[in-house]
Write a protein that binds this ligand. Structure first.
Ligand code: DC
Length: 225
């Protein structure tokens, strides 16, 4: 397989991450979870300052921050901040509540974009996020935009939480998804948008396996083009 860069964007709960990591395993390429980087930086600043908002000096704090991510053959990823494995810590509600301040900061976005490009290097990768096709890899070999109805995305998140033993309310999750959609599409830098050259896949009525097959097929066709 020739070197390939695949950008997968879409809103929260569209299935990007689960699908991308499975496609990566199937094709033997590297998966990079860009959302985990924004989460890790949010975790770092919450640890540093206790609370954060638009006034937090992210530009100073981010300099020299050591962030790494490993992707393993069992399809899992681990994210490290200054050597500490924060993979579980970054999935907390606190991180989600404060992430908008971090993900809308220009200095943070520039830092993350540089890091993601460095990581991709000469490898074949599939990377998911919000601005991968628009900002990080505008020349990606293949851009995919995954979407699903708000109801479907809320139900998927609900099932995920219930699966891990959490007691959650479907209505509250739906509200959170709508709120995250507006934060993701409204920010000045790195907003979520559907690129004109992205292949649009509505996963509302598709199983995860069907989406994985569809993406694999798109990549293989691209590879032989
Ligand atoms: O994909 P996720 O839910 O783990 O992403 C966490 C947050 O990070 C989400 O609120 C949007 C932000 N994000 C971003 O701004 N740009 C990206 N490329 C990926 C994620």
């Amino acid at each position: 397989m020739k070197k390939i860069t695949v950008a997968v964007d879409g809103p929260a709960g569209s299935g990007k991450s689960s699908v991308s990591r499975q496609v990566a395993a199937r094709l033997g390429i590297t998966y990079i979870d860009s959302g985990a980087i924004y989460r890790a930086i949010t975790w770092f600043f919450l640890e540093k300052y206790g609370d954060i908002d638009s006034e937090t000096p992210f530009d100073k704090g981010i300099k020299g921050l050591d962030i790494r991510q490993e992707y393993y053959s069992d399809r899992t990823t681990k994210t490290f901040v200054n050597g500490l494995d924060v993979s579980k810590l970054i999935r907390s509600e606190e991180v989600v509540k404060s992430i908008q301040w971090v993900s809308s900061d220009k200095a943070v976005r520039d830092f993350v974009t540089t890091l993601l490009r460095e990581w991709a290097g000469e490898k074949s990768i599939i990377m998911d996020g919000r601005d991968i096709g628009s900002v990080v890899f505008p020349n990606a070999d293949l851009k995919i935009y995954l979407d699903a109805s708000v109801e479907t995305r809320a139900k998927r998140r609900y099932d995920e939480y219930v699966g891990t033993g959490k007691n959650v309310d479907l209505k509250a999750i739906k509200k959170q998804i709508i709120q995250r959609d507006s934060q993701d599409t409204a920010r000045e830098f790195g907003a979520l948008k559907r690129c004109e050259d992205a292949v649009f896949v509505d996963t509302s009525d598709m199983t995860q396996d069907q989406v994985v097959n569809k993406l694999t097929e798109l990549i293989e066709n691209q590879d032989s083009a």
